[in-house]
Design a protein. Structure first.
Lengths: 172, 102
């Protein structure tokens, strides 16, 4: 069991690094999907099979397909222009050093805290559903409102507006 | 039964988060920035699942479902904005959007 965890973790880390450092947007998105699938394996190992299924269906399925649609619609291939200047190794130094400091800080903090060992019963999806619709009912309603706002906002932002200026007034 | 120490599990989630952070700081292409934000969201959800598994409470998984909903909304809005930006500027470089400056 532990071996599976470590394998999935290594795959997730490598594919995430490949995803953020790639030049081609489509290749990076496919690496990101691989990373999400590896994380979903970890969810399964953590006794959350329902969440693992949601990760595959919604994250890797719906959200990433949305990304790929937009990337293909905009026809973005390999990077051109300005980002080349940003992608030389020098630009990676300062953010990487800063986050490495954060990582060391995090490891030290994890060494100091003491966590008691877990109990032994498994959480079933049924408990999750009961909790979702009793304790967190208000939050579910707020999430519904947020989703509706998202739909309206995406429709408004995504619609192409008609031109209102006369063609003689257009600046070339 | 998974017997990996919880420190290692949380460390994995933290490293994933920091990779996303580096990506957000370094990349200038808006698609890549959005992908980095996705990575960070995902690792935050992973911490919730780890904690829920550790404490044997369903609340962690409930929180992950909320994170999923928020992420879906965020991606939809952000991609619509990216489409508009591309329509206006013909580029996805976030440094190109500086009309407010002059």
């Amino acid at each position: 069991m532990n071996l599976f965890f470590y394998i999935a973790a290594v795959v997730a880390l490598i594919s995430t690094i490949m995803a953020i450092s790639g030049r081609n947007a489509i290749h990076s998105l496919l690496y990101l999907i691989l990373s999400l699938l590896a994380v979903s394996v970890i969810f399964y190992l953590l006794d959350a099979p329902f969440i693992a299924a949601l990760e595959v269906i919604i994250y890797a399925g719906a959200i990433m397909v949305l990304f790929i649609f937009v990337t293909m619609m905009l026809n973005i291939g390999v990077e051109k222009r300005t980002e080349k200047k940003w992608l030389n190794p020098r630009m990676w130094i300062i953010p990487s050093v800063l986050t490495a400091i954060l990582l060391i800080d995090f490891i030290l903090a994890l060494k100091i805290i003491h966590v008691s060992p877990p109990d032994n019963n498994v959480i079933l999806p049924k408990q999750v559903g009961i909790s979702l619709f009793s304790t967190y009912l208000l939050a579910v309603e707020i999430a519904a409102i947020l989703l509706m706002a998202g739909v309206i906002g995406a429709y408004h932002l995504g619609s192409q507006k008609k031109k209102v200026t006369h063609r003689f007034l257009e600046k070339k | 039964m998974l017997t990996v120490p919880i420190e290692i599990q949380i460390l994995f989630a933290g490293i994933l988060f920091l990779i996303g952070l580096v990506g957000l700081l370094v990349r200038r292409n808006m698609i890549f920035m959005l992908m980095s934000i996705e990575i960070m969201f995902n690792s935050a959800g992973l911490v919730f699942i780890i904690a829920g598994n550790h404490l044997k409470q369903p609340d962690g998984q409930v929180m992950f479902i909320f994170i999923l909903a928020v992420t879906a909304v965020e991606v939809a809005i952000a991609l619509a904005l990216i489409l508009q930006v591309y329509h206006h500027y013909k580029t996805l470089d976030s440094d190109a959007i500086n009309k407010l400056k002059d």
